[in-house]
Design a protein around this ligand. Structure first.
Ligand SMILES: [Zn+2]
Ligand SMILES: [Zn+2]
Length: 81
């Protein structure tokens, strides 16, 4: 079975967790809503792993960061004209 991003909380099974929503996830991709994560002490009940903030897709932010780095590198490498 391919890795599957769940879109509902595994604990309460009612909280919707779309990509842009804040969520908690463990290293085995057990996914929970933030209130459940806090209620469980940020520990996954399935595997005992630590729950961390689930990364969200932010291509615009990432692209901006990369371009910013490129600009700095070009400035440093270019030096005096
Ligand atoms: Zn929940
Ligand atoms: Zn887990």
């Amino acid at each position: 079975m391919a890795l599957e991003m769940r879109d509902v909380c595994e604990r309460c099974e009612t909280a919707k967790l779309p990509w842009d929503a804040a969520a908690r996830i463990c290293s085995y991709e057990c996914t929970f809503c933030v209130p459940c994560g806090e209620a469980m002490g940020e520990v996954c009940p399935n595997c005992g792993g630590e729950l961390v903030a689930r990364p969200t897709r932010a291509p615009q932010q990432a692209g901006g960061a990369v371009h910013g780095v490129c600009r700095v590198l070009r400035y440093v490498a270019g030096g005096m004209p």
